[in-house]
Design a protein around this ligand. Sequence first.
Ligand code: GZL
Length: 324
Amino acid sequence: MLKKITTTATALLLATLTACGSADSGASGGAGGKTDKITMGFAQVGAESGWRTANTTSVQRSAATAGVELKFSDAQQKQENQIKAIRSYIQQKVDVIAFSPVVETGWDAVLLEAKRAKIPVILTDRAVDSKDDSLYETFLGSDFVLEGEKAGKWLTENSQGPVNVVELQGTTGAAPAIDRKKGFEKAVAARQDIKIVATQSGDFTRAGGKQVMEALLRSTPDIDVVYAHNDDMGLGAIEAIKAAGKTPGKDIKIITVDAVKAGMEALAAGEINYIVECNPLLGDQLMDLAKKVLAGEEVPKRVVTEETTFTPEQAKAALPTRQY
Ligand code: GZL
């Protein structure tokens, strides 16, 4: 029994929740909603990065704490595997489905199957580009355009004169890759002397970032800055830059997104110059939203997680207590 979400303008709230996940408030059943044990089917993207591993751990731990039975699948970054997993959850008649769409497009058919089966869907981390927002109850995740803007703003404030940027994009077609690029370009647009001289996908992996950076170092002269859509690709770029006899963080400055432990350690060591945080600890908020949806309570259509940025000094201070 699900209360249809009203999609009035007021329902489109950007609820800003604490960055590291609040203690699970575990909403109990509301009027006429489901109040016994919840079964959730979660279709994860894969295990491509430190961020993804932290996100998976958060979802699994929060499910255990919230008393939610979790069915979990790893799609190895393949959309067809995520679709298969969602179909399997529908056949198993889970109470709720949550997933992080590996790419933005191609979800309407399977989400319509979930809707017809009366199984609510919660988008976590990444969005879909569907025109029909009745296909999901809410989208919990970061504002990736803002993350890109923060990266670009730092560069405009910390560079003078001509700057040649190479961009290591995330997975082609993924919301964070599309939007981090959009935000960065918007932020640097006013500086005519900041140019993105090369841009290529490293698929959010360390190996991908290294491989692309090796090729760019051979093909692109005078690289001043690397803008990597996640820490893992930035760490791969560091390996390539060192192998080319240059000093990362000095000869070539590096800006990344995520702020996972390995990235923060490179930042503290001065091999990365700036990191924009992307919070993977979505588990508590996800379980809370699932309970509210199943209890028939209204939830915002969009829940944006709070995040910050780090300089090397800030990374040194944060590392001792960092959760991931
Ligand atoms: C962002 C998330 C991205 C991370 C990458 O919310 O989808 O996917 O930035 C991860 O590290 O692979």
